[in-house]
Write a new protein. Structure first.
Length: 343
């Protein structure tokens, strides 16, 4: 490379190249005429020509060639347009997020979630969201999907986080994948089935179970799996809507039960619990956020973003670690209220 040209490029990218140059060049690439660019940018044609000459002087190379009333990009101009458009798009995204931060981030926001995501994904997302929406009050409601979706339809909730995909029949709702957390079948490390390399569904049929409540996606997946294997739904069971009680229930007895992998990973690492080598057919491993598009407020967009960031903390392939919520926001930030509905 010519040393003089290399020196020009260095100066251009250190101080001479301006966002206005990128906008000008991007507009030229789109419309092809200086006169049209002047109209789009609300400036005079001489001003456009002056900026082009300034850009070429800074770079030390032509960026356009003139053909009559039109202009075409040189290879150098094409490179600048390709990367310049990406820069401008990212700046537009930043502007939108800054506008959201400065407007509409007060008041209340109501989130409903199923029990299997509340202590992991939701807990991790709340800390992120609060740091951005410190003036807002967040209300959390824990319940099963068949209770949460009607509340969302009625406007009693702004967002629902569950393991249920919104069907095509659910008009007026939008859903988005925000994380993956496999549902596994677990038992105590002292259970007779613990440590066995091969376990059949028939092997677990005779043991007592801890079961999810009816109306939950995990309940439906377990029932479908047992029916597929010609096994009756367990009668010797404990039905629990409290995910917090599951590790203790499984650890202290000969119970088996379905549980989110992220929630028990710490107990598995400590060899208190074991994961049996059985898969629930059609189990809802995906965690999805559901909302009404007409109510996509800045608060909602921030919470969905916080969910996806928290969901990235899950090892979706190996599920090797439990989510650790970020540090609590400083005192005086937004309030959080939580309610839980028993089955």
């Amino acid at each position: 490379m010519d040393p003089a040209f290399a020196s020009s490029l260095e100066r251009a990218f250190r101080s001479g190249l301006k966002l206005g140059h990128l906008r000008l060049l991007s507009s030229l690439a789109r419309v092809g005429r200086v006169s049209r660019v002047a109209e789009l940018l609300n400036v005079t044609q001489p001003a456009v020509s002056k900026q082009l000459a300034e850009l070429e002087a800074v770079l030390g190379t032509p960026v356009v060639v003139r053909a009559g009333r039109s202009v075409a990009l040189t290879p150098a101009g094409e490179i600048l347009v390709r990367y310049g458009r990406e820069i401008l798009h990212r700046l537009d995204d930043a502007k939108r997020e800054l506008e959201d931060l400065g407007a509409g981030l007060g008041g209340g926001f109501k989130v409903g979630a199923v029990a299997t995501v509340m202590p992991t994904l939701i807990a991790a997302a709340v800390g992120r969201w609060q740091r951005l929406a410190s003036k807002a009050t967040l209300v959390l409601k824990e319940a099963t999907t068949d209770e949460l979706f009607p509340l969302l339809d009625e406007g009693e909730l702004d967002l629902v986080v569950s393991r249920t995909r919104v069907g095509r029949s659910a008009s007026g709702l939008t859903d988005m994948l925000v994380g993956n957390d496999p549902i596994v079948l677990a038992c105590s490390h002292r259970h007779p089935l613990a440590g066995r390399k091969a376990v059949r569904w028939a092997d677990v049929a005779g043991y007592p179970w801890v079961l999810p409540p009816e109306g939950s996606a995990i309940h439906d997946a377990l029932r479908a799996t047992l029916e597929r294997n010609s096994i009756a739904y367990p009668e010797r069971s404990i039905v629990s809507n409290s995910i917090a009680a599951l590790p203790r229930l499984l650890t202290d007895g000969h119970l088996v039960g379905p549980v989110p992998r992220a929630f028990i990973q710490e107990d598995v690492d400590r060899r208190k619990l074991m994961v049996l080598p059985l898969a629930l057919a059609g189990a809802a491993h995906e965690v999805r956020a559901v909302w009404r598009p007409s109510h996509a407020t800045p608060l909602l967009r921030l919470f969905v973003k916080s969910l996806t960031d928290a969901g990235a903390g899950l090892d979706v392939t190996q599920a090797q670690r439990r989510i650790t919520p970020p540090p609590a926001p400083r005192a005086g930030s937004g309030r959080v209220r939580s309610t839980r509905t028993a089955p």
